[in-house]
Write a new protein. Structure first.
Lengths: 248, 261
């Protein structure tokens, strides 16, 4: 149903091992658009089949209920509930923050900023109509994008240096895996559909959204021709559209 | 182009809009259509929600425990500020003719609390990145403080540019208040810096006058420190303010006093 999810300790081990060398979170692409993925992603070939089981794992619902209850208490400035919320969600949200700003230290600032926002605006969650993790995810992403914009405007004179750093740290070799753990039902549906995309399409779509990048910015950062980026995104989104329509 | 009659095109534009790749003029035209037509707005919202799922699909990473400490400190500072504001408003209501000194200004207090919040961040940042000496000092203080939980205090005082300038630690067991100069600030020879405790209500109390050394130890009882949300340092004539009066010169550094849990 979903990819096997490594335990926290395994993930930590892999991460520190990977981190020692230059980071390479992107598949090596050929111009034809096929990813050479030696690590074997079993579902990397495009397919138009419906998911076998569009139902969702049961625990998710109770997790949502629990998070909603915690947010409710946080809205009443319950510091204990805030700590519990942090313990439950920090890893997931920190992962997102890292993905947005691509730097662990910056991501810590973003996570801190986001949790302060959650503390101050938890009362707004009642009007949000979205699952709690989706609501918090939006906060983290928007804090992360704010962080990047602030940084860019402070450092316009260092643009060249920034670009060099970015192109080093951005996409190179292995596809960054997706993790549906703790995801809400709607995100789980998206996960099912994304798994049907070729991994290069999945990655550019994911990067475009999470880092709010235009076609041109993606082409520049991934050092790929603009036409290639446009094609991957168009094909990926076309397939995603068809697939998501089946989930309603 | 009548989007409302072309659901296929509408859906396609809505996905690009939600993904963020619809840019410039096309994006503005789509937004303006969405404001006019509920069906366009609905398609945009559906796809924004769907794409938002990407936020939830990233790999988990465990953040460093220091992140929670920072968040917790900032939240505590914020709560203190709130109770302080309530107390101030209450006090002001009962004393409409209060002297318009700087410590009576709500704006100043808000500023001080925000500065205090930043000070907490800077305390960590300074500790980690800037001063090896400070880090050692902090580590020692922390080891000391952890040995006597609930009874130790720390504050980083900063100037108006939010630059950490003074590290203050208080060891109630030994009644010792330690001040360490962190920045390069040096008062002129005919002036002295004076440290004040700013209680939640009432006038500032002098905790002592600083000499020109980098490290200064003062004696203070826990009663002087407990329930004091803020410390401030003012620039005074040499030797400090005579008598029992409050500060006469400008406040050069201030920060929130945090009790180490």
């Amino acid at each position: 149903m979903t990819d096997p999810i490594p335990s926290a300790s395994q993930a930590d081990g892999e991460r520190s091992a990977v981190r020692r060398g230059p980071r390479r979170p992107f598949p090596r692409f050929t111009r034809a658009g096929n990813a050479i993925a030696p690590g074997a992603d079993p579902i990397s070939t495009p397919s138009t089949e419906l998911p076998q089981n569009p139902g969702m794992p049961m625990p998710l619902h109770s997790q949502d209920t629990e998070l909603i209850a915690l947010l409710d208490r946080v809205a009443r400035q319950d510091a204990l509930a805030f700590k519990q919320l942090y313990d439950q969600c920090a890893s997931k949200l920190y992962g997102l923050a890292i993905r947005v700003v691509d730097n662990r230290a910056w991501a810590e600032d973003v996570l801190q900023d986001a949790f302060l926002t959650i503390w101050r605006t938890a009362a707004d969650y009642r009007n949000a109509l979205s699952p709690p993790m989706a609501w918090m995810g939006l906060i983290v992403r928007s804090r992360g994008l704010d962080f990047l914009r602030r940084r860019a405007s402070q450092r316009t004179h260092l643009t060249q240096e920034m670009d060099d750093t970015m192109s080093e740290s951005l996409p190179a070799d292995t596809p960054s895996p997706m993790d549906a753990a703790q995801a809400s039902e709607q995100a789980w549906a998206l996960h099912q559909c994304l798994q049907k995309l070729a991994s290069n399409q999945r990655e550019v779509v994911s990067l475009a959204y999470v880092r709010d990048l235009s076609h041109g910015e993606l082409a520049q950062q991934l050092r790929l021709p603009l036409g290639t980026i446009k094609t991957w995104i168009r094909r990926g989104m076309e397939q995603l559209r068809t697939c998501m329509a089946r989930f309603g | 182009m009548d989007l409302t009659r072309n659901p296929e095109l509408l859906d396609r534009l809505a996905t690009s809009y939600a993904l963020g790749t619809l840019r410039a003029g096309a994006r503005r035209r789509f937004e303006s259509l969405a404001r006019q037509h509920p069906s366009v707005r609905a398609a945009a919202l559906v796809w924004q929600t769907r794409m938002g799922g990407l936020n939830e699909l990233q790999m988990q990473h465990t953040p460093d425990p220091v992140v929670w400490t920072r968040i917790d400190n900032l939240v505590r500072a914020e709560q203190q500020e709130q109770s302080l504001r309530t107390a101030r408003e209450h006090a002001m209501a009962h004393r409409p003719d209060a002297a318009p000194a700087w410590w009576s200004s709500l704006g100043w207090w808000r500023g001080a609390s925000v500065a205090g919040a930043f000070a907490t961040v800077l305390a960590v940042a300074a500790g980690w990145h800037f001063h090896v000496q400070l880090r050692t000092e902090l580590a020692q203080s922390q080891a000391q403080l952890q040995a006597i939980p609930q009874e130790a205090y720390v504050a980083v005082l900063q100037d108006d540019k939010s630059k950490a300038s003074m590290l203050v630690t208080f060891d109630p067991r030994n009644k010792r208040l330690t001040l360490q100069r962190v920045g390069n600030y040096q008062e002129s020879g005919d002036r002295s810096l004076q440290l004040w405790a700013i209680p939640a209500s009432g006038a500032p109390r002098s905790l002592g006058v600083l000499d020109h050394d980098r490290l200064l130890k003062l004696t203070a009882g826990e009663a002087d420190i407990r329930d004091v949300p803020t410390l401030a340092i003012s620039l005074e004539p040499k030797g400090g303010v005579p008598g029992e009066g409050g500060p006469t010169g400008p406040v050069v550094f201030s920060g929130t006093l945090i009790q180490k849990m």
